[in-house]
Design a protein around this ligand. Structure first.
Ligand SMILES: Nc1ncnc2c1ncn2[C@@H]1O[C@H](COP(=O)(O)OP(=O)(O)OP(=O)(O)O)[C@@H](O)[C@H]1O
Length: 213
């Protein structure tokens, strides 16, 4: 296996001959690289390239390498790159526990083992006993924690965060942010954080890559 972490090797994304995003960088396990830039500078476009869902209107060059494996041409569902969006939605017709079960890998076998892992996951995010609740009955911060945990249960090897804290109030924002970063550090995941917020960038504590218009 090659170098651990997420490498963007001379990635250039453009449209109609005009370069939108240019980045070459390496995010080590447990490190957070913050990507900032004005609206329209290509932050979400970069994330879509990394997860393998770049709109074909864009032209892209460069490689995406995860833990030494080139995943540039790998199908999105097999990349093992987790992404959390600003409008992270839980399935409203499923309970909190069922939402988490959706993230749980198929390799976790047996009803009772799956139920045990879901209870442990709820405990991890301070929501013990919430398995049978409807997502609509949760607060914004509680929903954000469930969405984060659902993503972590799927066993990602890297984490992409697209303004995931922006809808939360200041206090919850800090809590969720700490939870995301501590989980990423504990699991040794490289993290790419897209944000407009300087407080988020500061809390991430890592390097900042600025995209320009
Ligand atoms: N499918 C598409 N077809 C054409 N242009 C697109 C498409 N998707 C995005 N764009 C354009 O590409 C540019 C970058 O968009 P992107 O969403 O990556 O910006 P962003 O930095 O994430 O912005 P924001 O901070 O507002 O979310 C914008 O000018 C946008 O209009």
């Amino acid at each position: 296996m090659g170098e651990l972490g997420l490498t963007l090797d001379h990635v250039v994304i453009g449209r109609e001959g005009r370069t939108l995003v240019k980045i070459s960088d390496h995010v080590a396990p447990g490190e957070v690289l913050t990507v900032m830039g004005p609206s329209g500078s290509g932050k979400s476009t970069l994330l879509s390239y990394i997860i393998g869902t770049l709109d074909p209107v864009f032209e892209a060059q460069g490689r995406v390498i995860l833990n030494g494996t080139d995943i540039t041409d790998t199908a999105p569902e097999t990349r093992r790159v987790g992404i959390l969006f600003q409008d992270e939605l839980l399935f409203p017709h499923l309970s909190v526990g069922e939402n988490l079960a959706f993230g749980l890998r198929a390799s976790v076998k047996g009803r009772s083992e799956r139920a045990r892992q879901i209870e442990a996951a709820l405990d991890d995010i301070g929501l013990s006993g919430f398995a049978n609740r409807d997502p609509e009955t949760l607060s914004g911060g509680q929903k954000a924690r469930v969405a984060l945990m659902r993503m972590l249960l799927s066993g990602p090897k890297a984490l992409l965060l697209d303004e995931p804290f922006s809808r939360l109030d200041t206090e919850r924002r800090g809590q969720i942010r700490d939870l995301v970063f501590s989980q990423a550090r504990a699991k040794g995941l490289p993290v790419l954080l897209v944000t407009h917020d300087h407080a988020d960038a500061e809390a991430a504590g890592g390097r900042v890559h600025e995209l320009t218009d």
